[in-house]
Design a protein around this ligand. Structure first.
Ligand SMILES: Cc1cc2nc3c(=O)[nH]c(=O)nc-3n(C[C@H](O)[C@H](O)[C@H](O)COP(=O)(O)OP(=O)(O)OC[C@H]3O[C@@H](n4cnc5c(N)ncnc54)[C@H](O)[C@@H]3O)c2cc1C
Length: 403
């Protein structure tokens, strides 16, 4: 039996390794880039957050997020880690459930997969961009510019459009559409949100632990707590990725309310500011020792307090306004940054046309899809790679006749 796998990313490599357990199966893994796992290498800021121990409890989105249940419970985070250990990877879990390689290097994950692919029944074709796929009487014909290959079974693991510079492409959607599958609207997710507030650039590079709540036309849309990072364009960092799904889509007024001191009540902040009236310090130092200096000065200015005034001369009202701002600072939002900056694609190939227990197409028998190309996206924190491993492993095992 011959199995073609298009895409040498996370899900494609998992599929190849699972299928290769059948020694009779001949597997060809086709990757258009010069090496496998290009995007994987950039994940988790170069650390690769390869799974999340809580992924079995949900954290997935799409027209039918329950499509993930079977694959994720069959090849759950625990089994995934046992599998990676068998490939030679040591891992460490953080309290949040996020798991990283012990080396703290995404390279380690790519390397153990790359070495594992060196098997007699797996052939890896690099720089092989599949342009067309056709259904034939006995299986599938796959064509690149230079070569045509025939397979009994075909797995499409081309990933999504997000992270264009790292290999994100429309290719998988186009190939699956050419075989009769439908695609939902694609949107960037786990992405920075742009702001129209002109103070944002002055805070570029500032990080803060905060509670972020997104409001659409005054109604709470999404919220989370974690690290925020100001960028040249707006807001970024894990807490923003977590609230970014579908934010700023579809018009209306969008804003982000930031609580920079989520664990400290407003009264405590105000008490400290009032105490500072006993000092001989200028107002520019009002939030020194409480928040990042630059952030403190921006908030003080936003409260209408000039940094040159002395704290001793500020009124109760002025200090109350500043205390309020540390707990509820509103930043206007305009739009998400584009697909090239997004970590993940929301939307994709309609999952109703696939069997969730095998990842096989209901339209074209012998055809499989896995990973981000499908209409599934996960929360920030290892959920997307877990989906890639689980769905890839399931597709490979079934195509290889092992389930
Ligand atoms: C910057 C960044 C950081 C991220 N960090 C994390 C993280 O820490 N944790 C997490 O869970 N998720 C993270 N993600 C998301 C995660 O990387 C993806 O969801 C995951 O890689 C999807 O796996 P996949 O196999 O579906 O696609 P990919 O890993 O993207 O692999 C698809 C492969 O197919 C190849 N390909 C496409 N079309 C063709 C074709 N026609 N012919 C041949 N080859 C083709 C591509 O070159 C690519 O190598 C991150 C994403 C980005 C962009």
């Amino acid at each position: 039996m011959t199995i073609g796998i298009i895409g040498g990313g996370a899900s494609g490599m998992a599929a190849a390794l699972a299928a290769s357990e059948n020694k009779e199966a001949q597997i060809v893994l086709m990757e258009r880039q010069a090496r496998v796992g290009r995007k994987l290498q950039a994940t988790g800021n170069g650390r690769c957050n390869l799974t999340n121990l809580h992924a079995v409890q949900g954290g997935y989105h799409g027209e039918d997020a329950s499509f993930t249940n079977y694959a994720i419970s069959r090849f759950d985070p625990e089994k995934t880690l046992v599998w990676f250990r068998s490939l030679g990877l040591f891992t460490v879990a953080e309290e949040s459930g996020r798991v990283y390689p012990y080396s703290d290097q995404a390279n380690s994950v790519v390397d153990v997969l790359r070495f594992a692919l060196e098997k007699p029944n797996i052939s890896v074709k690099l720089g092989f961009e599949v342009e067309k796929v056709k259904k034939t009487a006995s299986g599938f014909r796959v064509e690149s510019k230079e070569e045509a290959l025939d397979f009994d079974k075909l797995i499409i693991a081309c990933g999504g459009l997000a992270g264009t510079k790292l290999g994100g492409t429309m290719s998988g959607y186009k190939l699956l559409r050419s075989l009769g599958h439908k695609c939902t609207k694609l949107r960037p997710t786990l992405v920075q949100l742009k702001s129209g507030w002109n103070g944002v650039a002055a805070l570029k590079g500032v990080r803060a632990n905060c509670h972020a709540a997104i409001y659409h036309n005054g109604v709470l849309f999404s919220q989370s707590t974690g690290e925020l990072q100001f960028t040249e364009y707006g807001l970024s960092g894990p807490v923003i990725f977590e609230v970014s799904r579908d934010a700023c889509q579809g018009g209306g007024v969008w804003l982000c309310r930031l609580d920079f001191l989520p664990e400290i009540p407003e009264e405590d902040v105000l008490r400290e500011l009032l105490r500072r009236r006993e000092t001989q310090l200028p107002a520019s130092e009002l939030l020194t020792g409480i928040l990042h200096n630059r952030l403190g000065r921006v908030l003080t200015q936003a409260a209408g307090i000039s940094g040159n005034r002395m704290i001793a001369e500020l009124s109760d009202y002025e200090l109350t306004q500043l205390a309020k701002l540390t707990k509820a600072f509103e930043v206007s939002l305009t739009e998400p940054l584009g697909m090239d900056s997004a970590q993940v694609t929301a939307g994709g190939i309609v999952t109703a046309d696939f069997d969730e227990t095998t990842m096989q197409s209901r339209i074209v028998p012998g055809l499989y899809a896995c990973g981000e190309v499908l209409d599934i996206d996960g929360d920030c924190g290892g959920y997307n790679l877990q989906w890639a491993w689980s769905s890839g492993y399931l597709a490979g095992a079934h195509a290889g006749g092992l389930t």
